[in-house]
Design a protein around this ligand. Structure first.
Ligand code: HEC
Length: 119
């Protein structure tokens, strides 16, 4: 454990890897979004992930190694999720996602588990 690179150190070190992501064109109506875990039905099939486009892909890509509570513990900006996906692959053994799949998952995370998310 002590030899493992923490995510915080990883994003510190990767700050120069300027990964510019095209501005999001996604336009889900904010009213329909669930932004708090407490508001999500525990019987929802992808619980604890909030519903939204890409939820299924995200569920199956992330459930293999850890609880999805790890994913919904905190909301992050798109930039941080982007770097977190790299960290998951480079340091935590996640198989690299194909670019289309990665974009779907990144879009989902940035949109539905963004900085306003309360896990
Ligand atoms: C191959 C295994 C594996 C897969 C697949 C995986 N992760 Fe992880 N993830 C890890 C490990 C290992 C950790 C570190 C756990 C720890 O902190 O003890 C981690 C930690 C995390 C953390 C906590 C980061 C922090 O702040 O310390 C988040 C968030 C996360 N993963 C998100 C994801 C998401 C989103 C996906 C799916 C796209 C995913 N993980 C898929 C292995 C994986």
């Amino acid at each position: 454990m002590k030899d493992k690179m923490t995510f915080k150190r990883f994003i510190g070190g990767a700050a120069s890897a300027a990964l510019l992501v095209a501005a999001s064109t996604f336009s889900a109506s904010a009213e329909e979004r669930i932004t708090r875990l407490a508001d999500l039905d525990p019987d929802y099939e992808f619980y604890p992930l909030p519903p939204g486009e890409g939820v299924e892909d995200t569920y199956f890509a992330c459930v293999a190694c850890h609880s999805l509570r790890t994913v919904t513990n905190g909301g992050y900006s798109r930039r941080v999720w982007d770097e977190l996906l790299d960290w998951m692959v480079e340091d935590q053994g996640m198989p690299e996602l194909d670019p289309e799949e990665r974009e779907i998952i990144l879009e989902y995370l940035a949109t539905y588990i963004g900085e306003d998310w309360e896990g």
